[in-house]
Every structure is written in C-alpha cells, then in structure tokens.
Design a protein around this ligand. Structure first.
Ligand code: ATP
Ligand code: MG
Length: 343
C-alpha cells in the first residue's frame, strides 16, 4: 500500500487529475489517496510529508505554495520528461514514429532561484559587464541571478546518467546523454554545468556523452529527434525545450513529468492549468495519466504501471476516441472511459 497526496490543482487540472486517479484505481494499483489543497499551508505540508509521493494537478498562483514546497522543500532536483511517439496523435512532423527520448531538467537552480532585484542594489558590488563597464553605468533597471552549484549539477547529472543506463538496459543498446548549455556566452555558469556534467560522465564509461549549444540542440530536436536518448539541461532551457519537444509527439496534452529528489518525488503533466478550456470537458488527460504511470514505476508497482501505459497506447493505436488537441473529437470523459474499457 502506497500513500499518495493528490492535489487536483486549478482551472482545467481537476478534470485530468480525476481521470488519472480513476484509471490508476482501475488498473489495480494499491494506493491510499490523501486529498490535499494548498489553501492551508500546514495541512498541505502534512499531507506531503505523510505520503510516499504526490500526484499534482497544475497550479495557478493560488497553489504556488504547494509547488514551492514540493520542489524546494522536498528538494526534487531532477525533472524527467519522457517524449514518446503516440500513435495517431496529430503532430507537425510528416512522420512522428520512433521518437523515444527523455529530458532531464535541473529543477531547483539556475534563473529559477527567484533572486531578482533593482540594478541599484548591485551598484556597489564592483561588478563589470563583458566590455568592462561598471554595473552602475547601465542606469535604472533590473537583474536576475543565475545560480549554479557544483553539488546541484552533480546530483541531476547522476540522475541523467542513471536513467540512460536503465533505458539502455531496457532497450538493449548503448545509452547516450546529450548536454545542452550556452557555455560560449556564459562560460562561468553554463561552462560549469557542462564541465561538472562531463566529469560525472567519466563515472559512466558505458554511456555515451555529447555536448551541444542549447540553441543548436533546439534545432536538432526538430531535425533529428530519433538521435536523442537522455537530454540533460539546466532549468530554463529544460523548461523551454521540453514544451518544444512535446510538440513533436502530439503536444502538451501527452507530455508527462516526474520530479525526483533523494527521498521524495511528485508527478504532474508538463502543461499548465489550461484556463482557456476549463470546465469544457475537452482537456486531454493523457499527460496526467502517464505521469501517474511514472508514479507507479517510482512506487515499484510495476504491473499496474504497465497496464496503465498499455491501455493508453491501445486507445491511441485504435485511434477513434482521441481528444481534440491531438486531432480527435472525443471529450475528456469519453477518452477516460475508453482507457478504462481497455483496462
Ligand atoms: P504554465 O505557465 O502553467 O506553464 P501555460 O501558459 O504554458 O501555463 P498551458 O496551461 O500549458 O499554458 O496551456 C497552453 C495551451 O495549451 C492552452 O491553450 C491550453 O488550453 C493548451 N493545453 C494545455 N494542456 C492541454 C491538455 N492537456 N489538453 C488540451 N490542451 C491543452
Ligand atoms: Mg508552460
């Protein structure tokens, strides 16, 4: 029996979270759900602290304290976003078959530490820009800190190489980690990310490692997505490139996400709360359902995880009951019912 905190989230999120919970139960998973909200901070932390993992529905501003606690409170440093072909899902590619990679996004550092301020705060710090001009000479304005720690890079890089090793074993081929940074423009911060990741690579001689500039990688995602296996990225590039990558296989509606720390993990769809389609029963629950399958993997409930994935894939392969975002006509509940029937 696993104890799972479940947050339904905001706007259209409850529609996909209810679908995922229904399917996980139907798949025979052994789970006790602890329903939680971000409204009372102490209850919210209790629900998370007394659970094995969280299934999270995307949050608007109202629920930000929950996501802050799940990420920075529980130190879930590795955000894993699998990008896998979904049969019959509409995509911009002429042929989207055979795409199968995973983005590992650093989840706590980089520009997301939330240290921003007025340039006036920095004027006495003795900092100069690339042409030697003191910060104070730039006039009024703002700045953000891009914070990168050696231990932070090491732990997310190890997650990426471990994942590459696991995937190589499952697929009987050599694993590869592709690193994307802007080490040319940011030699100190992104250069450090790249150097430390390449150091970690030496602990994994069985895994290939490739390093590209992040902008070059954005192009390669489109022209040669089948060459990718595990993609390791700093926080900001990982956020942006994972939305781009999702478009290759059917869009945000099919892209799940798991955020892993040393002793806790939470699972959510890669997409936001989709406020524009809330309450219409048209949101695609696939991303949330596949995130719940990642949660079952994490909990060691392998059989229910396999049943959930194969039911979802069979509904896509059959193709007549898909939601509007991937080119079909079905409602959220029609799609959910089809997955339940496949189970
Ligand atoms: P956030 O800042 O939380 O990431 P966002 O601005 O990126 O949010 P999303 O909520 O991800 O916005 O939605 C972007 C667009 O994709 C919206 O038009 C939304 O309706 C659509 N969308 C997102 N998720 C789904 C889904 N599961 N099914 C169908 N459409 C979706
Ligand atoms: Mg977004």
């Amino acid at each position: 029996m696993s104890r799972i905190a479940v947050f339904e989230g905001d706007d259209a999120s409850p529609e996909v979270v209810r679908s995922a919970v229904q399917i996980v139960d139907k798949a025979g998973a052994d789970i006790e759900w602890i329903h939680a909200t971000a409204d009372d901070p102490a209850l919210m932390r209790d629900a998370i602290d007394n659970s094995d993992a969280t299934l999270f529905g995307s949050a608007s501003a109202r629920s930000v304290p929950a996501i802050e606690y799940l990420r920075w409170g529980k130190k879930t440093y590795a955000n894993v976003r699998p990008i896998t072909t979904m049969p019959n899902a509409a995509t911009p590619l002429a042929d989207s078959s055979g795409i199968d990679f995973a983005i590992v996004r650093e989840n706590l550092e980089d520009l997301y530490v939330g240290i921003e301020g007025s340039l006036a705060d920095l004027s006495g710090a003795g900092l100069t820009d690339r042409i030697g001009r003191p910060i104070g000479d730039h006039g009024a304005g703002t700045f953000a800190v891009k914070l990168v720690t050696t231990s932070g890079i090491e732990q997310v890089a190890r997650s990426a190489f471990e994942l590459a090793r696991t995937r190589a074993h499952q697929r009987s081929r050599t694993g590869r980690v592709t690193i994307g940074t802007k080490h040319n423009v940011l030699p100190v911060t992104d250069g450090h990310f790249r150097e430390v990741a390449l150091d970690v690579a030496t602990e994994y001689p069985d895994v290939e490692v490739v390093s590209y500039l992040a902008d070059d990688l954005a192009r390669r995602l489109i022209i040669s997505p089948r060459e990718l296996d595990v993609v390791l990225l700093p926080n900001l590039y990982g956020d942006i490139l994972s939305d781009e990558a999702a478009a290759l296989v059917g869009g945000l509606g099919v892209a799940p996400s798991g955020c892993y720390g040393t002793d806790y993990a939470y699972f959510e769809a890669s997409h936001g709360t989709a406020p524009d389609i809330a309450g219409k029963n048209i949101i695609n629950p696939t991303a949330q359902i596949l995130a719940a399958a990642m949660m079952l993997d994490y909990l060691g409930q392998d059989d229910p995880a396999r049943r959930v994935r194969s039911a979802v894939h069979s509904v896509y392969a059959e193709g007549s009951c898909l939601t509007v975002d991937v080119g079909g006509h079905a409602s959220t509940t029609d799609f959910t019912d089809a997955v339940v029937a496949a189970l």
